[in-house]
Design a binder for this molecule. Sequence first.
Ligand code: ADE
Length: 259
Amino acid sequence: MIMRIDVITLFPEFIESSTKIGVVGRAFERGLIEIATWNPRDFADGNYRKADDRTCGGGPGMVMMIEPLRRALAAIRAASGAEEAKAIYLSPQGTRLDQAKVAELAQRDHLVLLSGRYEGVDERFLQHAVAEEISIGDYVLSGGELAAAVLIDAIGRLQEGVLNDADSAVQDSFSNGLLDCPHYTRPVRDEWGDVPAVLLSGDHAAIRRWRLKQSLGRTWLRRPDLLQRVALDKKTRALLEEFQDEHAGKTMPGRESGD
Ligand code: ADE
């Protein structure tokens, strides 16, 4: 099933240009994912096609109006055949996005994303037409387009056929609850150090073990909060302990020489 993504945004050109690059851009080009953008201004009345208005109660900033958004959503429902479709609203008030949520959304065959601008969106639209709110982090952007682009990229790369190497998504940071291991390429010897010998040994079991150990160690050093959430079996815990013994008193792997 090819995923369809509809984005409601006052800046469709931003979403369109951000879906042109890299592996995800190629996936859109090859039709592995479909995307359509919908500008509430095109559904607004009057010469000015006004899609926002002053905030009730006074104060600075404008709020996106219900009617243009409602019509945009109706057009999406008609175009996609998804009569009940509700939107995901990108907002700092939403649930914080993580890889587990990305993986869950990547399974769906249709997503409607709503990018807000100004002070936000009329609360009544959120209550009636928005199924969930997602934040990409605890900071405030001037609009939801960047957040929607982040979400589209993270979801897009998980669609079947998008990544060349079938394993590369499985090996990502976070996909198993851990950070990724370090990576090296040629040259093997450099004035800033040599590639770890095990990676050149051709011993695949030893390489797998080394990578897992580095993943565990990095997560322990940099994101101990993540480590608390994964259940480690006995062998894996022993591997982490091996790393911890080797790194007692150090804070960042590979950075202890002060370079
Ligand atoms: N819109 C503004 N800030 C945002 C954030 N942190 N996440 C998602 N959407 C946003």
